[in-house]
Ligand binder design. Sequence first.
Ligand code: MLT
Length: 409
Amino acid sequence: MAYINDNFLKLKAGYLFPEIARRVKVFQQSHADAKIIRMGIGDVTEPLPPACVTAMHNAVDELARRETFRGYGPEQGYDFLREAIVKNDYLPRSCEVAADEVFISDGSKCDGGNILDIFAKDNSIAVMDPVYPIYVDTNVMAGHTGDADASGEYGGLTYLRCNPENNFTPDLPGKSVNLIYLCFPNNPTGAVASKQTLAKWVDYARSNDAIILYDAAYEAYITDPAIPHSIYEIPGARDVAIEFRSFSKTAGFTGVRCAYTVVPHTLMGKSKDGQQVSLHKLWNRRHNTKFNGVFYAVQRGAEATYSPEGKQQVRALVDFYLANAKIIRESLTQLGLKSYGGVNAPYVWVQTPGKASSWDFFDRLLNETHVVTTPGSGFGKSGEGFFRVSAFNSRENVLEAMQRLKRCI
Ligand code: MLT
């Protein structure tokens, strides 16, 4: 019999979103007529921007003709998309990013897990708490942690506590760590980081020879002009940070699948024998070996988000979800619930009433209102006593869900 990767046995619970889906399914079995409103997983509901649809149709038509047919594309992504990203996402913010530092992929979740291929097992790792569960679970699977304790926290990880007292932006670790996961605008709390805050982390990483894994998947939701959209807006970040971005929550590509990761040439790690090694080279090698690129038509669709009409349509989508977030936040505040986020992010982070536990309140909302949320404790210990409401839904559903909550709280 083949041996398994024992690290999987350390995982405490099923992955958060499938666990929610499982509970909802059980509920549905005994409440077949319930009209369930899903505000749990942050999955988009609105149709794709027309500019993307046209570009994808045209690309498929190209593939249908011998003269314009394409087979394997470049593993790292087509130049037309890598260049459009640099021109539109980085140059206007004076970020120094070259097109060949941008790696196109099928998702930030995938990249966030796969990036561990290029890092050793013995790095000390810091994660925000509450945290997008991918960062923790993929480290557990890769054998980078010890066992979980009774509270579900894994040995060897440094948890950076985020709470209302620190505006959900953590303090620097009291010790030296090698890898730091930061996510702003934050999933799940919706918190953002100012330039000063990010500069503090870049300084820390530079002085401690650490690498920051910066998840900026929700940057399009930033409404405050003073908030940086990229970590590369901070001087010196090119030497210490990898940035993850996605078309999922901007152009509604959660099902289409397209994202990108920036790995600057200047970023170095070290080998066991102390040599400096380019992380860009390693990631490129990994891409060449394990990935065959994103579907051509999808990359054309992503490129279309940067056309004048594509930009307008994406902006309209983001504004639509932000307006949902405002409705959610204001409605919950009116109900006397302490709510955070939802201003520069599509998530509203809410304290449960009466100190109810996150899962108890999740079950109560599901049973009494048929509204699905995400229990805060699913994101870590500091998420206990909170729940997350996703603004990704139709306006009709958001308004209906808020009415139902009014009757229950
Ligand atoms: C979430 O709900 O946290 C996100 O949809 C998860 C993801 O983007 O993978």
